[in-house]
Design a protein around this ligand. Structure first.
Ligand code: GDP
Ligand code: IMO
Ligand code: MG
Length: 425
């Protein structure tokens, strides 16, 4: 099975980094297909913590080629800094490949992300302020600059002139900010281009050749299904398509090249930023989850909103991604609760919804229907085999599997690479 996609099925931070790392050992290429440095993927190896934002997780294995596909938006300064930090820790980043078609995050995208959030006031989305939305907006408006433009100063300058004219009008006339200088941007970006030159290539051909040659390619999703621009809780979403289908558009492979689709979910649920979250816990339980799960954002350090596992969201994600398996992370965090709640359906007015509701008015106002399961109230971080887990913990996993309708292959019981339990044989 050479093509594997790994996707978050909630609102992000499910532990995709940890699970990608687990699979990357036996993988030839790890390919990011969407998002940018709004992502924060954490891997803990022998007590050493790596937080990756743009570089694909496979970088930690010397035989794995990390690839940034065309669907990713790239802040070249952040990418170079991340590569330098990794190199400083002894991780070789020379193999990294960057699609020439990937769009660039420009200084005005960062500025526009900040000022538009400020303008929205209490209606703000709570973005990561990394310029993601404005960069994707320019891509769609066809005034974006791409990684390959960094290698041709004349084209870069021409495209920047067109884009900057509009952005400076927006920044000065609408937002009352100072204009940005073309020469400053050109100088900085062309220097980034020279440094990135050895990495920029046609990654779509590289990935296809690997698949055709029977190599294993892992498509590493960032963000998650409920943050998907088309299928998530719009407008409280990111500006790309994290769903498994996005892996095709964002790398240039066809749907038949992906055979295994792994959904990653926490044993409970978290969300950073604004927007509806039906199974959000009451403040006292949320606080316990924050503390037990160290629920602070990897990218922005914001405290994550916490709640219970939502099986309606799980079923919706299983359908949208055609999941072939599910991995449940952070099971250890639930050791703090007895009983444990699972949201199994939503009530809205006199209607019950087992499936994801058809419009956002219902989703915003629905009341979660909970089922309570016995907790285990003991430390499970040392479990390595399914038999090591208390029967209540196994019962919890089985119930999630039943409610979502997708087989659970692994469950994770701590942040470390080794803290993982195989569920199905
Ligand atoms: P990602 O964005 O999906 O890669 O997830 P993040 O790295 O942003 O957030 C997941 C957090 O949970 C990180 O701090 C991980 O180290 C941590 N983590 C992952 N799996 C487990 C687990 O099974 N138990 C615990 N306690 N922490 C975990
Ligand atoms: P990983 O890959 C959690 C959220 C932001 C905000 C919304 C839009 O680590 O799971 P954006 O900056 O993308 O325009 O913000 O999306 N968000 C994430 N939340 N994990 C992420 O990535 C996220 N990337 C974006 O908090 O609500
Ligand atoms: Mg994260």
């Amino acid at each position: 099975m050479p093509g594997i996609a790994l996707v978050g099925i909630q609102w992000g931070d499910e532990g995709k980094g940890k699970v990608t790392d687990l699979l990357a050992e036996k993988t030839d290429l790890v390919v990011r297909y969407q998002g940018g440095n709004n992502a924060g993927h954490t891997i803990v190896v022998d007590g050493e913590r790596y937080a990756l934002h743009l570089v694909p997780t496979g970088v930690l294995y010397p035989d794995c080629v990390p690839v940034i596909g065309s669907g990713v938006v790239v802040d070249p300064q952040v990418l170079l800094e991340e590569m330098e930090t990794l190199a400083g820790r002894g991780v070789d980043t020379k193999r990294l490949l960057l699609s020439g078609n990937a769009h660039l995050i420009m200084p005005y995208h960062l500025e526009l992300d900040r000022v538009s959030e400020r303008r929205l006031g209490k209606n703000r989305l709570g973005t990561t302020k990394r310029g993601i939305g404005p960069a994707y907006a320019d891509k769609a408006a066809r005034i974006g600059l791409r990684a390959q433009d960094l290698l041709d100063p004349k084209i870069f300058s021409e495209k920047l002139t067109v884009a900057l004219k509009e952005k400076n009008l927006l920044l000065t006339r609408v937002y009352g900010r100072l204009p940005l200088e073309q020469a400053d941007i050109e100088r900085a970006y062309l220097d980034y281009g020279e440094r990135l030159r050895p990495h920029i290539t046609d990654t779509s051909s590289v990935v296809q050749a690997a698949l055709d040659g029977g190599k294993t390619v892992l498509f590493e999703g960032a963000q998650a299904t409920m943050l998907d621009l088309d299928h998530g809780t719009y407008p409280f979403v990111t500006s790309s398509n994290p769903v498994a289908g996005g892996a095709c558009a964002g790398t240039g492979v066809g749907p038949r090249d992906i055979q295994r689709i792994i959904g990653i979910s926490k044993a409970y649920c978290t969300r950073v930023g604004s927007g509806p979250f039906p199974s959000e816990a009451d403040p006292a339980d949320a606080e316990i989850l924050v503390e037990a799960g160290a629920e602070y954002g990897t990218t922005t350090g914001r405290k994550r909103r916490c709640g219970w596992f939502d099986a309606v969201v799980g079923r919706y994600a299983a359908r949208l991604n055609t999941l072939t398996e599910l991995v449940i992370t952070k099971l250890d965090v639930l050791s703090a609760f007895d009983p444990i709640r699972i949201c199994v359906a939503y009530d809205y007015e006199d209607q019950r919804f087992d499936a994801f509701p058809p419009n956002q008015t219902i989703f915003n106002k629905c009341v979660p229907v909970y089922e309570e399961l016995d907790g285990w109230m003991e430390d499970i971080t040392g479990a390595r085999r399914i038999e090591d887990l208390p029967k209540e913990a196994r019962g919890y996993i089985e119930r999630i599997e039943e409610l979502v309708g997708v087989p659970i292959s692994w469950t994770s019981v701590g942040p470390g690479r080794e803290q993982i339990v195989r569920v199905t044989t």
